[in-house]
Design a binder for this molecule. Structure first.
Ligand SMILES: *[C@@H]1O[C@H](CO)[C@@H](O)[C@H](O)[C@H]1NC(C)=O
Ligand SMILES: *[C@@H]1O[C@H](CO)[C@@H](O)[C@H](O)[C@H]1NC(C)=O
Length: 237
């Protein structure tokens, strides 16, 4: 019984991985910019989750390898740095929306990626509570600001309703979630299964997101820093 269950979980894991591994989506990215500031087009660096918002505190530059800037490519990158998809995990809350000032208005998140406790180094976030570190992502690909950059809302707040009705709030959960994601991402990381290598650099940006609690979910203060990641993907056996 146990063996059967383990096998089926492993099979599902592989199916998920290979289904998501195919970057079939295409987009005309404008790689001459890292991204377009969302405020220029009436967007917001806070997403919307039932009234208030969560900070879009990480941007994956449009100057990254174009394969990374798709849902499938982001999944491969996430797997290489210790995150996995919801495919195997539990769904986290209702879809959130964001307006990236690209003419598309509010659009649903592309997905949620969660820290994989088996592979990622245990940090403050993961020590504090189970189900912690995760990020949601949106593509800036509307016709009025089609950079192709990805905007991520990273945090450490658990909202896994399947496991618990309690929403555990960790003070500083937005800054910690961002910093742990960035710490996991920078440098060079190989994909655990596929022959892919990701090399990531990070820069801190200010002036895009106001520091503090204004408009922020759960009244949790955040420092207003947005991390810009540039990710290059190479085939490497
Ligand atoms: C923008 O990106 C989203 C998410 O990847 C995708 O569903 C949508 O089709 C894209 N839109 C355009 C115009 O490429
Ligand atoms: C938010 O937290 C601050 C302290 O950090 C407190 O003064 C304020 O009353 C809180 N606001 C709400 C709506 O809970």
């Amino acid at each position: 019984m146990m063996v059967t269950a383990a096998l089926s979980v492993a099979t599902i894991a592989l199916m998920c991985q290979f289904a998501l591994a195919l970057p079939t989506e295409t987009q005309a990215a404008d790689a001459s910019v890292d991204f377009f500031p969302v405020a220029n087009g009436g967007g917001s660096m806070l997403d919307k989750s039932g009234g208030l918002g969560e900070p879009l505190n990480v941007i994956i530059s449009a100057k990254s390898s174009s394969a990374v800037l798709t849902k499938g490519g982001l999944t491969l990158f996430a797997q290489a740095i210790g995150f996995s998809t919801e495919c195997l995990g539990l769904h986290i809350g209702d879809p959130q929306t964001a307006n990236l000032g690209d003419g598309n208005g509010d659009v649903n998140e592309m997905g949620v990626w969660r820290a994989d406790f088996g592979n990622i180094a245990v940090g403050t976030c993961l020590e504090s509570l189970q189900g912690g570190n995760h990020f949601r992502a949106w593509t800036q690909n509307g016709s009025s600001a089609n950079s192709g950059a990805l905007f991520l809302a990273a945090n450490c707040l658990t909202q896994i309703q399947d496991l618990s009705q309690h929403h555990t709030i960790i003070p500083d959960g937005y800054n910690i979630g961002r910093d742990e994601l960035v710490a996991a991402a920078v440098g060079t990381h190989k994909h655990p299964i596929l022959p892919l290598k990701f090399t990531t650099t990070s820069t801190s940006l200010t002036g895009l997101l106001a520091a503090g609690t204004q408009g922020v979910n759960h009244n949790i203060s955040q420092d207003g820093i947005v991390k810009l990641l540039t990710v290059s993907m190479k085939i490497s056996f």
